[in-house]
Design a protein around this ligand. Structure first.
Ligand code: SAH
Ligand code: SF4
Ligand code: F3S
Length: 451
Protein backbone atom coordinates (compact mmCIF):
# COMPACT_ATOMS: atom_id res chain seq x y z
CA UNK A 1 0.00 0.00 0.00
CA UNK A 2 1.33 3.42 -0.86
CA UNK A 3 2.17 5.94 1.84
CA UNK A 4 1.01 9.53 1.72
CA UNK A 5 3.13 12.64 2.18
CA UNK A 6 2.02 16.18 2.97
CA UNK A 7 4.58 19.02 2.78
CA UNK A 8 3.78 22.52 4.01
CA UNK A 9 6.27 25.03 2.63
CA UNK A 10 7.01 28.45 4.11
CA UNK A 11 9.55 31.02 2.94
CA UNK A 12 11.42 31.66 -0.25
CA UNK A 13 11.67 30.01 -3.65
CA UNK A 14 14.65 28.02 -2.46
CA UNK A 15 12.42 26.28 0.04
CA UNK A 16 9.81 25.72 -2.67
CA UNK A 17 12.40 24.07 -4.88
CA UNK A 18 13.68 21.95 -1.97
CA UNK A 19 10.10 20.78 -1.29
CA UNK A 20 9.66 19.77 -4.94
CA UNK A 21 12.89 17.79 -4.85
CA UNK A 22 11.87 16.07 -1.62
CA UNK A 23 8.47 15.22 -3.08
CA UNK A 24 10.15 13.66 -6.10
CA UNK A 25 12.77 11.80 -4.07
CA UNK A 26 10.07 10.35 -1.84
CA UNK A 27 7.79 9.55 -4.80
CA UNK A 28 10.50 7.09 -5.81
CA UNK A 29 10.11 5.46 -2.39
CA UNK A 30 6.40 4.98 -2.99
CA UNK A 31 5.00 8.13 -1.36
CA UNK A 32 2.01 9.80 -2.99
CA UNK A 33 1.22 13.46 -2.33
CA UNK A 34 -1.58 14.27 0.14
CA UNK A 35 -3.34 17.63 0.02
CA UNK A 36 -3.76 17.96 3.80
CA UNK A 37 -1.99 16.95 6.99
CA UNK A 38 -5.01 15.11 8.40
CA UNK A 39 -4.70 11.43 7.60
CA UNK A 40 -1.25 11.66 5.94
CA UNK A 41 1.46 9.12 6.86
CA UNK A 42 4.25 11.69 6.78
CA UNK A 43 3.94 15.45 7.35
CA UNK A 44 6.94 17.69 6.67
CA UNK A 45 7.05 21.38 7.54
CA UNK A 46 9.60 23.23 5.42
CA UNK A 47 10.26 26.31 7.51
CA UNK A 48 11.45 29.92 7.15
CA UNK A 49 13.17 31.99 9.78
CA UNK A 50 13.71 35.29 7.95
CA UNK A 51 11.40 37.35 10.19
CA UNK A 52 9.95 36.61 13.59
CA UNK A 53 6.45 36.24 12.17
CA UNK A 54 7.59 33.54 9.76
CA UNK A 55 8.99 31.55 12.66
CA UNK A 56 5.87 32.05 14.78
CA UNK A 57 3.74 30.50 12.02
CA UNK A 58 5.87 27.36 12.20
CA UNK A 59 5.50 26.96 15.94
CA UNK A 60 1.76 27.55 15.82
CA UNK A 61 1.36 24.93 13.07
CA UNK A 62 3.48 22.49 15.08
CA UNK A 63 1.20 23.15 18.05
CA UNK A 64 -1.88 22.33 15.95
CA UNK A 65 -0.29 19.12 14.70
CA UNK A 66 0.12 17.87 18.26
CA UNK A 67 -3.60 16.93 18.23
CA UNK A 68 -3.27 15.22 14.85
CA UNK A 69 -0.37 13.19 16.17
CA UNK A 70 -2.42 12.19 19.23
CA UNK A 71 -5.22 11.01 16.91
CA UNK A 72 -2.83 9.23 14.60
CA UNK A 73 0.24 8.01 16.53
CA UNK A 74 1.83 6.36 13.48
CA UNK A 75 2.10 9.76 11.75
CA UNK A 76 5.72 10.79 11.19
CA UNK A 77 6.11 14.53 11.72
CA UNK A 78 9.24 16.26 10.41
CA UNK A 79 10.60 19.81 10.54
CA UNK A 80 13.02 20.85 7.82
CA UNK A 81 14.31 24.16 6.44
CA UNK A 82 15.75 27.24 8.11
CA UNK A 83 13.98 27.04 11.49
CA UNK A 84 15.01 23.39 11.76
CA UNK A 85 18.61 24.36 11.07
CA UNK A 86 18.61 27.19 13.59
CA UNK A 87 16.34 25.86 16.31
CA UNK A 88 16.72 22.10 15.81
CA UNK A 89 17.84 21.26 19.33
CA UNK A 90 15.20 23.50 20.85
CA UNK A 91 12.46 21.91 18.72
CA UNK A 92 13.61 18.48 19.92
CA UNK A 93 13.40 19.56 23.55
CA UNK A 94 10.17 21.53 23.35
CA UNK A 95 8.13 19.63 20.77
CA UNK A 96 8.31 15.97 21.77
CA UNK A 97 5.72 15.06 19.14
CA UNK A 98 8.22 15.86 16.35
CA UNK A 99 9.93 12.74 14.95
CA UNK A 100 12.39 14.17 12.47
CA UNK A 101 14.50 17.34 12.27
CA UNK A 102 16.57 17.85 9.15
CA UNK A 103 18.82 20.83 8.39
CA UNK A 104 18.92 22.76 5.12
CA UNK A 105 21.87 20.82 3.72
CA UNK A 106 20.65 17.33 4.54
CA UNK A 107 17.37 17.10 2.64
CA UNK A 108 18.80 14.52 0.23
CA UNK A 109 19.08 12.11 3.13
CA UNK A 110 15.37 12.27 3.95
CA UNK A 111 14.47 8.97 2.19
CA UNK A 112 16.92 6.94 4.27
CA UNK A 113 16.08 8.83 7.49
CA UNK A 114 12.36 8.20 7.00
CA UNK A 115 12.97 4.54 6.17
CA UNK A 116 14.86 4.15 9.44
CA UNK A 117 12.14 5.88 11.41
CA UNK A 118 9.49 3.61 9.91
CA UNK A 119 11.36 0.61 11.28
CA UNK A 120 12.09 2.05 14.68
CA UNK A 121 11.71 -0.29 17.57
CA UNK A 122 11.23 2.08 20.46
CA UNK A 123 8.36 4.48 20.25
CA UNK A 124 10.48 7.59 20.94
CA UNK A 125 13.41 7.70 18.63
CA UNK A 126 13.99 10.96 16.88
CA UNK A 127 16.04 11.42 13.71
CA UNK A 128 18.00 14.66 13.68
CA UNK A 129 20.63 15.81 11.21
CA UNK A 130 21.80 19.42 11.12
CA UNK A 131 25.25 18.85 9.62
CA UNK A 132 26.84 21.18 7.10
CA UNK A 133 27.54 19.73 3.67
CA UNK A 134 29.66 21.31 0.97
CA UNK A 135 28.02 19.28 -1.69
CA UNK A 136 24.71 19.27 -3.51
CA UNK A 137 24.41 15.78 -5.02
CA UNK A 138 23.53 15.47 -8.72
CA UNK A 139 20.11 14.26 -7.60
CA UNK A 140 18.39 15.10 -10.87
CA UNK A 141 19.95 12.02 -12.43
CA UNK A 142 18.11 9.91 -9.90
CA UNK A 143 14.84 11.51 -10.86
CA UNK A 144 14.72 10.78 -14.57
CA UNK A 145 12.00 8.22 -14.02
CA UNK A 146 10.08 10.32 -11.51
CA UNK A 147 6.69 11.42 -12.73
CA UNK A 148 6.89 14.78 -14.52
CA UNK A 149 5.20 17.79 -12.97
CA UNK A 150 1.50 18.28 -13.77
CA UNK A 151 0.98 20.29 -16.98
CA UNK A 152 -0.70 23.12 -15.06
CA UNK A 153 2.51 23.93 -13.16
CA UNK A 154 5.09 22.00 -15.15
CA UNK A 155 5.95 24.72 -17.62
CA UNK A 156 8.05 26.75 -15.21
CA UNK A 157 10.51 25.54 -12.63
CA UNK A 158 13.23 26.77 -10.32
CA UNK A 159 16.77 25.39 -10.40
CA UNK A 160 19.05 25.95 -7.42
CA UNK A 161 22.56 26.90 -8.56
CA UNK A 162 24.17 27.59 -5.20
CA UNK A 163 23.50 27.27 -1.51
CA UNK A 164 24.31 29.50 1.45
CA UNK A 165 25.48 33.09 1.71
CA UNK A 166 28.74 34.74 2.75
CA UNK A 167 27.51 38.30 2.96
CA UNK A 168 26.49 38.60 6.60
CA UNK A 169 24.12 41.52 6.23
CA UNK A 170 23.77 42.54 9.86
CA UNK A 171 20.03 41.78 10.09
CA UNK A 172 19.97 38.44 8.28
CA UNK A 173 19.71 34.83 9.48
CA UNK A 174 20.47 33.25 6.11
CA UNK A 175 24.28 32.81 6.51
CA UNK A 176 23.43 30.97 9.75
CA UNK A 177 20.59 28.87 8.40
CA UNK A 178 21.95 28.04 4.95
CA UNK A 179 25.64 28.04 5.75
CA UNK A 180 28.62 29.11 3.63
CA UNK A 181 28.16 29.95 0.00
CA UNK A 182 28.79 27.01 -2.34
CA UNK A 183 28.19 26.88 -6.09
CA UNK A 184 26.97 23.74 -7.80
CA UNK A 185 29.16 22.50 -10.64
CA UNK A 186 27.91 23.83 -13.97
CA UNK A 187 27.62 20.34 -15.45
CA UNK A 188 25.06 19.34 -12.80
CA UNK A 189 23.01 22.49 -13.39
CA UNK A 190 23.04 22.02 -17.17
CA UNK A 191 22.00 18.41 -16.78
CA UNK A 192 19.12 19.38 -14.48
CA UNK A 193 17.87 22.07 -16.88
CA UNK A 194 18.19 19.70 -19.85
CA UNK A 195 16.09 17.10 -18.07
CA UNK A 196 13.47 19.69 -17.16
CA UNK A 197 13.40 21.10 -20.71
CA UNK A 198 12.98 17.58 -22.11
CA UNK A 199 9.93 17.19 -19.83
CA UNK A 200 8.36 20.26 -21.44
CA UNK A 201 9.52 23.02 -19.05
CA UNK A 202 9.54 26.39 -20.87
CA UNK A 203 10.74 28.79 -18.20
CA UNK A 204 13.63 28.34 -15.78
CA UNK A 205 14.52 30.58 -12.84
CA UNK A 206 18.05 30.07 -11.51
CA UNK A 207 18.11 30.37 -7.74
CA UNK A 208 20.62 31.42 -5.12
CA UNK A 209 20.86 33.95 -2.29
CA UNK A 210 23.36 35.88 -4.40
CA UNK A 211 23.57 34.41 -7.90
CA UNK A 212 25.92 37.21 -9.01
CA UNK A 213 28.74 35.57 -7.10
CA UNK A 214 28.13 32.13 -8.64
CA UNK A 215 31.43 30.35 -9.16
CA UNK A 216 33.46 32.72 -7.00
CA UNK A 217 33.45 30.72 -3.79
CA UNK A 218 33.54 27.11 -4.60
CA UNK A 219 35.45 24.20 -3.14
CA UNK A 220 35.55 22.66 -6.63
CA UNK A 221 36.27 25.90 -8.46
CA UNK A 222 37.41 24.23 -11.66
CA UNK A 223 33.94 22.80 -12.12
CA UNK A 224 32.22 26.15 -12.26
CA UNK A 225 32.30 29.25 -14.41
CA UNK A 226 31.12 32.81 -13.85
CA UNK A 227 27.41 33.58 -13.59
CA UNK A 228 27.20 35.31 -17.01
CA UNK A 229 28.89 32.28 -18.60
CA UNK A 230 26.44 29.97 -16.87
CA UNK A 231 23.52 32.09 -18.13
CA UNK A 232 24.77 31.89 -21.71
CA UNK A 233 25.18 28.13 -21.46
CA UNK A 234 21.73 27.55 -19.93
CA UNK A 235 20.13 29.84 -22.51
CA UNK A 236 21.41 27.61 -25.30
CA UNK A 237 19.45 24.56 -24.07
CA UNK A 238 16.78 23.51 -26.57
CA UNK A 239 13.16 24.09 -25.74
CA UNK A 240 13.54 26.89 -23.18
CA UNK A 241 11.62 30.06 -23.94
CA UNK A 242 12.27 32.16 -20.87
CA UNK A 243 15.16 32.42 -18.45
CA UNK A 244 15.17 34.33 -15.15
CA UNK A 245 17.29 34.40 -12.00
CA UNK A 246 17.03 35.57 -8.42
CA UNK A 247 18.44 37.02 -6.11
CA UNK A 248 21.27 39.44 -6.84
CA UNK A 249 23.47 41.42 -4.50
CA UNK A 250 24.19 44.89 -5.95
CA UNK A 251 27.88 44.77 -4.97
CA UNK A 252 28.50 41.75 -7.23
CA UNK A 253 26.54 42.93 -10.28
CA UNK A 254 29.12 43.09 -13.08
CA UNK A 255 29.01 44.79 -16.45
CA UNK A 256 29.31 41.36 -18.04
CA UNK A 257 26.02 40.40 -16.39
CA UNK A 258 24.40 43.64 -17.55
CA UNK A 259 25.49 42.84 -21.10
CA UNK A 260 23.66 39.49 -20.93
CA UNK A 261 20.39 41.41 -21.05
CA UNK A 262 21.37 42.82 -24.43
CA UNK A 263 22.75 39.56 -25.79
CA UNK A 264 20.64 36.66 -24.53
CA UNK A 265 17.28 36.54 -26.31
CA UNK A 266 15.43 34.41 -23.79
CA UNK A 267 16.72 36.28 -20.72
CA UNK A 268 13.67 38.17 -19.44
CA UNK A 269 14.07 41.94 -18.95
CA UNK A 270 13.32 41.78 -15.24
CA UNK A 271 15.85 42.28 -12.46
CA UNK A 272 15.28 41.88 -8.74
CA UNK A 273 17.98 44.01 -7.12
CA UNK A 274 17.36 44.42 -3.39
CA UNK A 275 18.52 47.82 -2.13
CA UNK A 276 17.19 47.56 1.48
CA UNK A 277 17.49 51.31 2.24
CA UNK A 278 18.01 54.63 0.48
CA UNK A 279 20.34 55.94 3.20
CA UNK A 280 24.10 55.36 3.10
CA UNK A 281 24.29 55.51 6.89
CA UNK A 282 21.73 52.71 7.19
CA UNK A 283 23.34 50.67 4.39
CA UNK A 284 26.62 50.84 6.28
CA UNK A 285 25.05 49.57 9.49
CA UNK A 286 23.33 46.85 7.46
CA UNK A 287 26.79 45.80 6.19
CA UNK A 288 25.55 45.93 2.59
CA UNK A 289 28.97 47.02 1.21
CA UNK A 290 27.66 49.50 -1.40
CA UNK A 291 26.46 53.09 -1.39
CA UNK A 292 23.36 54.53 -2.98
CA UNK A 293 25.62 56.18 -5.55
CA UNK A 294 27.04 52.85 -6.72
CA UNK A 295 23.57 51.30 -6.63
CA UNK A 296 22.30 54.04 -8.95
CA UNK A 297 25.27 53.54 -11.28
CA UNK A 298 24.36 49.86 -11.57
CA UNK A 299 20.72 50.75 -12.29
CA UNK A 300 21.89 53.14 -15.02
CA UNK A 301 24.20 50.46 -16.45
CA UNK A 302 21.37 47.93 -16.62
CA UNK A 303 19.14 50.45 -18.36
CA UNK A 304 21.90 51.28 -20.83
CA UNK A 305 22.14 47.64 -21.93
CA UNK A 306 18.39 47.01 -21.69
CA UNK A 307 16.24 50.16 -21.73
CA UNK A 308 12.97 48.29 -21.11
CA UNK A 309 14.27 46.36 -18.09
CA UNK A 310 11.78 46.21 -15.19
CA UNK A 311 13.47 46.61 -11.81
CA UNK A 312 12.18 45.29 -8.52
CA UNK A 313 13.63 45.60 -5.04
CA UNK A 314 13.41 44.68 -1.34
CA UNK A 315 13.24 47.30 1.40
CA UNK A 316 13.48 47.06 5.18
CA UNK A 317 11.86 49.95 7.05
CA UNK A 318 12.64 50.78 10.65
CA UNK A 319 16.16 49.35 10.79
CA UNK A 320 17.72 50.19 14.20
CA UNK A 321 18.71 53.86 14.25
CA UNK A 322 16.77 54.74 11.05
CA UNK A 323 15.97 58.45 11.34
CA UNK A 324 13.15 60.28 9.62
CA UNK A 325 15.77 61.66 7.17
CA UNK A 326 17.07 58.16 6.45
CA UNK A 327 13.53 57.05 5.70
CA UNK A 328 12.90 60.08 3.46
CA UNK A 329 16.04 59.07 1.51
CA UNK A 330 14.41 55.68 0.88
CA UNK A 331 11.27 57.39 -0.46
CA UNK A 332 13.44 59.63 -2.65
CA UNK A 333 15.24 56.60 -4.04
CA UNK A 334 11.88 55.11 -4.92
CA UNK A 335 10.88 58.20 -6.90
CA UNK A 336 14.26 58.29 -8.58
CA UNK A 337 14.48 54.66 -9.73
CA UNK A 338 10.73 54.12 -10.14
CA UNK A 339 10.79 50.38 -9.48
CA UNK A 340 8.14 48.25 -11.16
CA UNK A 341 7.58 46.47 -7.87
CA UNK A 342 8.99 45.88 -4.43
CA UNK A 343 8.78 43.72 -1.35
CA UNK A 344 8.87 45.77 1.84
CA UNK A 345 9.27 44.57 5.39
CA UNK A 346 9.36 45.99 8.89
CA UNK A 347 12.73 45.28 10.47
CA UNK A 348 12.54 42.20 12.68
CA UNK A 349 15.14 41.21 15.29
CA UNK A 350 16.56 37.77 14.55
CA UNK A 351 18.62 35.50 16.79
CA UNK A 352 22.41 35.39 16.26
CA UNK A 353 22.45 38.41 13.94
CA UNK A 354 24.57 41.52 14.56
CA UNK A 355 21.73 44.01 14.50
CA UNK A 356 19.96 42.30 17.36
CA UNK A 357 22.47 44.08 19.61
CA UNK A 358 22.12 47.48 17.95
CA UNK A 359 20.74 50.32 20.04
CA UNK A 360 17.96 52.70 18.96
CA UNK A 361 15.41 50.09 17.98
CA UNK A 362 12.48 51.73 16.18
CA UNK A 363 9.06 51.51 17.88
CA UNK A 364 6.48 49.29 16.22
CA UNK A 365 4.09 52.17 15.41
CA UNK A 366 6.86 54.11 13.64
CA UNK A 367 7.75 51.03 11.60
CA UNK A 368 4.08 50.56 10.67
CA UNK A 369 3.72 54.21 9.64
CA UNK A 370 6.86 54.06 7.49
CA UNK A 371 5.81 50.80 5.88
CA UNK A 372 2.44 52.29 4.93
CA UNK A 373 4.06 55.45 3.52
CA UNK A 374 6.51 53.35 1.53
CA UNK A 375 3.83 51.05 0.15
CA UNK A 376 1.52 53.93 -0.76
CA UNK A 377 4.25 55.57 -2.83
CA UNK A 378 5.35 52.26 -4.37
CA UNK A 379 1.76 51.39 -5.34
CA UNK A 380 1.39 54.75 -7.10
CA UNK A 381 4.66 54.23 -8.98
CA UNK A 382 3.76 50.62 -9.80
CA UNK A 383 0.46 51.82 -11.25
CA UNK A 384 2.24 54.41 -13.40
CA UNK A 385 4.70 51.76 -14.58
CA UNK A 386 1.87 49.42 -15.53
CA UNK A 387 0.00 52.26 -17.27
CA UNK A 388 3.01 52.63 -19.58
CA UNK A 389 1.87 49.32 -21.16
CA UNK A 390 -1.56 50.59 -22.21
CA UNK A 391 -2.15 50.25 -25.97
CA UNK A 392 1.01 48.13 -26.28
CA UNK A 393 1.13 44.51 -27.39
CA UNK A 394 2.91 42.28 -24.89
CA UNK A 395 3.99 38.64 -24.97
CA UNK A 396 2.25 36.63 -22.26
CA UNK A 397 3.12 33.13 -21.07
CA UNK A 398 -0.15 31.54 -20.00
CA UNK A 399 -0.30 30.30 -16.39
CA UNK A 400 -3.93 29.27 -15.73
CA UNK A 401 -7.44 29.58 -17.15
CA UNK A 402 -10.77 29.38 -15.35
CA UNK A 403 -13.15 28.89 -18.23
CA UNK A 404 -12.16 31.53 -20.75
CA UNK A 405 -10.65 33.85 -18.08
CA UNK A 406 -6.91 33.42 -18.28
CA UNK A 407 -3.83 34.91 -16.70
CA UNK A 408 -0.15 34.82 -17.45
CA UNK A 409 3.01 36.88 -17.17
CA UNK A 410 4.91 39.24 -19.43
CA UNK A 411 8.70 38.93 -19.77
CA UNK A 412 8.87 41.81 -17.24
CA UNK A 413 6.93 39.56 -14.83
CA UNK A 414 3.71 41.62 -14.86
CA UNK A 415 0.53 39.60 -14.40
CA UNK A 416 -1.90 39.98 -17.34
CA UNK A 417 -5.59 38.97 -17.32
CA UNK A 418 -7.30 38.24 -20.64
CA UNK A 419 -10.13 36.25 -22.21
CA UNK A 420 -9.01 33.45 -24.51
CA UNK A 421 -12.17 33.70 -26.62
CA UNK A 422 -12.55 29.96 -26.92
CA UNK A 423 -8.99 29.36 -28.12
CA UNK A 424 -7.50 26.02 -27.03
CA UNK A 425 -4.57 27.22 -24.91
CA UNK A 426 -2.41 25.32 -22.43
CA UNK A 427 -0.22 26.60 -19.56
CA UNK A 428 3.16 27.61 -20.96
CA UNK A 429 1.74 28.78 -24.32
CA UNK A 430 2.86 32.20 -25.51
CA UNK A 431 0.19 34.63 -26.72
CA UNK A 432 0.15 38.28 -27.68
CA UNK A 433 -2.14 40.50 -25.64
CA UNK A 434 -2.97 44.15 -26.31
CA UNK A 435 -3.17 45.94 -22.95
CA UNK A 436 -6.17 48.19 -22.32
CA UNK A 437 -6.25 48.49 -18.52
CA UNK A 438 -3.58 48.84 -15.81
CA UNK A 439 -3.89 48.24 -12.06
CA UNK A 440 -1.36 48.46 -9.22
CA UNK A 441 -0.39 44.84 -9.44
CA UNK A 442 -1.69 43.60 -12.79
CA UNK A 443 -2.76 44.41 -16.37
CA UNK A 444 -5.79 43.55 -18.48
CA UNK A 445 -6.03 43.23 -22.24
CA UNK A 446 -7.39 41.51 -25.34
CA UNK A 447 -5.79 38.50 -26.92
CA UNK A 448 -4.43 39.20 -30.37
CA UNK A 449 -6.15 36.68 -32.64
CA UNK A 450 -4.04 35.32 -35.47
CA UNK A 451 -5.73 35.64 -38.86
N1 SAH B 1 19.48 36.98 -0.53
C1 SAH B 1 18.52 37.90 -0.84
C2 SAH B 1 17.26 37.92 -0.01
C3 SAH B 1 17.19 37.32 1.30
S1 SAH B 1 15.81 37.43 2.31
C4 SAH B 1 19.19 39.23 -0.86
O1 SAH B 1 20.24 39.42 -0.32
O2 SAH B 1 18.64 40.12 -1.42
C5 SAH B 1 14.62 38.43 1.51
C6 SAH B 1 14.45 39.77 2.10
O3 SAH B 1 13.99 39.70 3.43
C7 SAH B 1 15.69 40.61 2.18
O4 SAH B 1 16.04 41.19 0.96
C8 SAH B 1 15.29 41.64 3.21
O5 SAH B 1 14.65 42.75 2.60
C9 SAH B 1 14.28 40.91 4.07
N2 SAH B 1 14.84 40.62 5.40
C10 SAH B 1 15.89 39.84 5.70
N3 SAH B 1 16.13 39.83 7.03
C11 SAH B 1 15.18 40.66 7.59
C12 SAH B 1 14.90 41.07 8.92
N4 SAH B 1 15.64 40.68 9.95
N5 SAH B 1 13.85 41.92 9.12
C13 SAH B 1 13.10 42.35 8.08
N6 SAH B 1 13.32 41.97 6.81
C14 SAH B 1 14.35 41.14 6.55
FE1 SF4 C 1 20.84 37.75 3.85
FE2 SF4 C 1 22.43 39.61 2.90
FE3 SF4 C 1 22.90 37.06 2.31
FE4 SF4 C 1 20.80 38.30 1.26
S1 SF4 C 1 22.95 38.81 0.90
S2 SF4 C 1 20.82 36.27 2.19
S3 SF4 C 1 20.15 39.66 2.88
S4 SF4 C 1 23.04 37.99 4.35
FE1 F3S D 1 13.42 31.96 4.77
FE2 F3S D 1 15.49 30.38 4.76
FE3 F3S D 1 14.53 31.32 2.50
S1 F3S D 1 15.08 31.98 6.20
S2 F3S D 1 13.75 33.32 3.10
S3 F3S D 1 13.47 29.96 3.87
S4 F3S D 1 16.67 30.95 2.97
Amino acid sequence: MSKSLYIKTFGCQMNERDSEIIEQLLAQEGYVPADRAEGADVVLINTCSIREKAEQKVFSLLGQLRDEKARNPSLLLGVIGCVAQQEGERIRDRMPHVDLIVGTQQIYRLPEMLARLEQRVTSREIAINLEASFHIPPFQKLLVNASPFPASSGFKRFVTIMQGCNNYCSYCVVPGTRGREISRPMADIIEEVEILASQGVKEITLLGQNVNSYGLTNPVADLTVSFPELLRRVASINGLQRLRFTTSHPKDLSEDLMRCFAEIDILCPHFHLPVQSGSNAVLKRMNRKYTIETYLEKVAGLRRFCPEIALATDIIVGFPGETEEDFQATLELLSLVRFHGSFSFKYSDRPHTHSVNFLDKIPEEVKSRRLLAFQTLQDAIGLERNAECIDKEVEVMLEVCAGDDCKGRTPAHQMVHFNRQGLPLAPGDLVTVKINQAGKHSLKGDIHLKH
